[in-house]
Write a protein that binds this ligand. Structure first.
Ligand SMILES: [Zn+2]
Length: 168
């Protein structure tokens, strides 16, 4: 299985929106910062401060645990305002923030879209990883901040594009 260097990308949605309005062809400003696994401890100590508005995203242990565990997983994880988007090599699905799920099966059944075998392509420890997502994603304001986890064992690159910011 091929792998990439996993990273966590953090950004401020509000500033992204403002910068997008100001953007002209050549001058695309970066409103995100990426962190590698060895930098998570530093993030825990200093929290994350948006370089534009200077608002701070606190990084409690459970968010760091979520990042660390899922960085070494099979799926890219993107926080959207109302759900967590899980991007595996073959499929993408959303986990609503307001519900606690024990299995991928139960998430996809809700949408009538269960694909046999998807569970083991999405998570290493489905029930543990889903618990981390539930608690981690509910610990910060997903309307204000975006957290993206690029997983080590997801062979497809994750392209940070406008849809990640604009979709709900
Ligand atoms: Zn900001």
């Amino acid at each position: 299985m091929s792998y990439r260097k996993p990273q966590v990308i953090i950004g401020c949605r509000e500033c992204e929106k403002n910068q997008r309005i100001l953007r002209t062809g050549a001058s695309i400003l970066t409103v995100t910062t990426s962190f590698q696994e060895h930098e998570l401890g530093e993030l825990r100590a200093n929290n994350y401060t948006c370089p534009y508005c200077f608002d701070t995203l606190e990084m409690p242990k459970i968010i760091l645990n979520m990042c660390q565990q899922l960085m070494n997983g099979y799926a890219h994880i993107v926080s959207h305002p109302h759900e967590t988007r899980v991007i595996t090599e073959d499929a993408t699905f959303g986990i609503p923030h307001d519900q606690r799920f024990e299995s991928v099966k139960s998430i996809l059944r809700l949408k009538g879209a269960y694909v046999e075998g998807i569970e083991n392509h999405a998570f290493r420890n489905p029930s543990q990883d889903l618990a981390l997502i539930f608690y981690g994603m509910n610990l910060f304001d997903t309307n204000k901040w975006i957290i993206i986890i690029e997983a080590k064992y997801q062979p497809e690159p994750l392209l940070l594009d406008d849809p990640f910011w604009s979709t709900q």
